[in-house]
Design a protein around this ligand. Structure first.
Ligand code: UDP
Ligand code: MG
Length: 335
């Protein structure tokens, strides 16, 4: 029998095996900010000179020059991995692509608009190394967001927390640092509707929370319309809780009891006073009310059936069109 010669690993694969921190950056139409962001990030990375860092940019089907700009970005102190998705799959899918390609002992998710300050990375890493698996970054202040958006976000977090038995923390977005074992668990989660805030909280382990003031976006506009935010909110709730279904059952039961009591009252009244055909408006109101409640209940069931349909098709969460990487100059010097 002939023995196979040992495989010689290319240098960049060896580099990948010793990464201390993976920085994941989803990018969608960010040509106005991506360079500024990268310079700010690279400056912070330069100060963390003892760490081996990889930055994973995921171009989420941008229609502007973001991908060309990402291809041109370099940082002498970090490996740069560039992933180009085949179309816009949404931020959750882009972050999933990043997590799938992360090799670090720690992984952090950053928005490309500098709303998640890279300057906080060294502190987050220090806290994570004190024995934590997740460092959540809670927003103390949210600058540059309307009162309405902040109000809706607060109410949504509250609702989600009560529906999902407190699995996610109020005011914590996607800006978190995760340990390798949490990332490995997330990589293995098979679901397609990926509500990352939920997925990152679900494994539990040792979590801690730091506070920060969330600055305004440096340039460009938020990519989320109000309707998209509602979609994300619904997807989060249906992916993490079946309580709305129970709520529909509960409302049905409550209304049946109410209808039964009302029937007894109408019957007694007619028997005692012999009332004739009056009550047309009451009838109409009750009809409309019940019709509304039934439609809401069907809608809730429909949301879940829709999710089952999407999960059953088992299509990939994202498709990669291109990927490129470059290795840091400094990594060969650092142990
Ligand atoms: N993003 C993405 N795909 C999308 C929408 C957004 O990758 O379909 C990225 C975007 O480029 C940014 C991050 O997700 O890096 C956060 O987006 P944005 O700033 O628009 O969200 P906001 O801060 O307003 O919640
Ligand atoms: Mg933003």
């Amino acid at each position: 029998m002939q023995l196979m010669p040992p495989l010689i690993r290319p240098e960049h694969i060896q580099e990948k095996l010793h990464i201390d921190l993976s920085v994941i950056v989803p990018v969608y139409n960010e040509q106005k900010v991506i360079r500024t962001f990268h310079h700010a990030l690279c400056k912070v990375i330069a100060q963390m000179h003892n760490e081996r860092i990889e930055v994973i940019y995921i171009n989420d089907g941008s229609s502007d020059k973001s991908w060309e700009m990402i291809q041109a970005l370099t940082c002498p102190f970090a490996n740069i991995v560039r992933l180009n998705l085949s179309r816009n799959f949404g931020k959750e899918a882009a972050m999933t692509a990043g997590i799938d390609h992360a090799n670090g002992k720690a992984t952090v998710l950053l928005d490309a608009d500098l709303q998640d300050p890279p300057e906080l990375l060294p502190d987050m890493l220090k806290v994570l190394r004190n024995g934590y698996d997740v460092v959540n970054m809670k927003r103390r202040q949210r600058f540059g967001e309307s009162f309405f958006k902040k109000f809706c976000a607060k109410q949504y977090y509250r609702l989600f927390k009560s529906l999902s038995d407190g699995q996610i923390e109020t005011g914590v977005g996607d800006f978190r640092m995760l340990s390798e074992r949490i990332v490995n668990h997330i990589k293995k989660m098979p679901e397609r509707s990926r509500y990352m805030k939920g997925l990152m909280s679900w494994p539990g382990f040792k979590q801690t929370t730091l506070h920060f003031d969330r600055p305004q976006r440096v340039a460009g506009l938020s990519k989320w319309s109000f309707l998209q935010l509602i979609g994300l909110a619904l997807s989060g709730i249906t992916a993490f809780s079946v309580k709305p279904l129970k709520l529909a059952t509960f409302a049905g039961a409550l209304l049946s009891i109410f209808a039964f009591i009302y029937a007894i009252w109408v019957f007694t009244k007619t028997m005692l006073f012999g009332e004739a055909v009056a009550g047309y408006p009451t009838l109409l109101l009750i009809q409309l009310f019940l019709g509304g409640v039934q439609l809401i209940a069907i809608g809730i069931v429909g949301e879940y059936v829709g999710r089952i349909f999407l999960e059953a098709k088992a299509r990939p969460v994202y498709l990669l069109m291109d990927s490129e990487s470059s290795v840091a100059n400094s990594h060969s010097r650092v142990n």
